[in-house]
Design a protein around this ligand. Structure first.
Ligand SMILES: [Zn+2]
Length: 371
């Protein structure tokens, strides 16, 4: 995901947020302050509603963060590496670096987040019923309890990649011992719920002019895409099984000399296959990677004056793989980066170049063998 800002680390887990999160934060504050709280607790002043809305929105996002931390901490205890937590448009996503070790592990990881939401929701509702706070305090607590419990129910829908979908997959996986089959079934539930939400949202919007209809349809659309990603990723993993980077990379890639100008380099390229990026070398050392789109980005008139080394991405800005790494690991690595390609080194020497198109080629070949 692009355009993420890192805000810090909790228990060593990187916490970032996507720019879309700022829009949602503003929308939530606005709808709480202008609609939800005035309807729930009438007769308070506008400034009270604004303060209630701000506090509620901040604590709501803290709740989402705690939910994701629940997943992440249990995941780490079950031997998984955590990439980080990203807050975005529809809440939080904990990114795992590798795959689930067993049905039991996936079950524990999948239920840890909802367990946190359950505890938070129960605690907020409980506090709201204590006869201590003033109306604004009780009102804010009540909404926080309600929204956490709503989040709990929504996340427990048996639709991959929602938590309930993970629970469903772990149960199916356990029952039949077939991870791929379990993924296909749970992801098809994900798609089913996606279509249902889009349909329901559109009907709500057309019949009642309800804005929540648009939200529902958007969430359905997101679910549809995410369920599709789960099956695509599964197919990729299956196809790459047992292969290492050496088997799938482009060997002896076309390299760009660091001290040539872009113009000189482009001239020597004539007749070569066009790649998405070129490893940059100088006296046998690998310095970085020159993506083709960077060349195209500079106007032609600048090509003669610009050196390759001034236009490249340096080695620490791009994925660097070892030719002995597993292809599956490489796929994870390339997916995490901004540019979907990387340098392949062995003992410090350049031995190849790996891009998404190399992996895609392997995937389509293996797919056609299977048919
Ligand atoms: Zn969750």
């Amino acid at each position: 995901m692009h355009h993420n800002f890192t805000i810090g680390r909790i228990a060593g887990i990187r916490i970032s947020f996507n720019w879309s999160w700022l829009i949602v934060f503003a929308l939530i504050v606005w709808s709480l302050e202008s609609n939800v709280f005035p309807a729930q607790d009438p007769g308070l002043s506008t400034s009270t509603y604004v303060i209630m809305a701000l506090i509620a929105a901040i604590v709501f996002f803290a709740s989402i963060l705690l939910h994701e931390l629940g997943h992440s901490i249990v995941a780490r205890r079950n031997g998984m590496e955590i990439e980080g937590i990203t807050l975005w448009l529809f809440g939080g996503v904990a990114q795992f670096k590798d795959s689930f070790k067993s049905p039991g592990a996936e079950f524990r990881i999948g239920t840890a987040g909802p367990a946190v939401s359950f505890v938070l929701g129960g605690a907020f509702v409980g506090l709201a019923f204590l006869p201590i706070g003033s109306t604004p305090v009780t009102g804010t607590l009540f909404w926080l309890g309600y929204i956490n419990l709503f989040l709990l129910v929504f996340n427990l829908l048996p639709a991959l990649p929602l938590d309930g979908g993970r629970v469903l997959r772990s149960a199916l996986w356990k029952a039949k011992g077939d991870f791929a089959w379990a993924t296909r079934i749970s992801a098809s539930f994900g798609r089913g719920f996606g279509y249902l939400m889009i349909g329901g949202g559109v009907v709500l919007f057309i019949t009642y002019g309800s804005v929540s209809g648009i939200w529902l349809a958007l969430i359905g659309w997101f679910l549809l895409g995410a369920a599709g990603n789960e099956t695509r990723f599964l197919r990729a993993r299956e196809a790459l099984e047992g292969l290492c980077v050496r088997d799938v990379m482009t060997r002896e890639p076309v390299t760009a000399p660091a001290d040539e100008t872009l113009g000189e380099f482009i001239d020597t390229l004539a007749g070569w296959a066009r790649h998405s990026a070129y490893p940059v070398v100088s006296n046998g050392d690998v310095l970085g990677l020159l993506p083709f789109r960077t060349i195209a980005h500079h106007p032609r008139s600048e090509w003669e004056a610009r050196l390759v080394r001034d236009s490249m991405l340096t080695k620490d800005q791009v994925p660097v793989l070892d030719s002995e790494d597993s292809a599956e690991e490489a796929l994870n690595e390339l997916m995490g980066g901004e540019i979907h390609c990387g340098l392949v080194l062995h003992d410090g020497e350049l031995v190849g170049f790996l891009s998404f198109s190399d992996l895609a080629r392997v995937l389509s070949q293996r797919d056609s063998f299977r048919r």
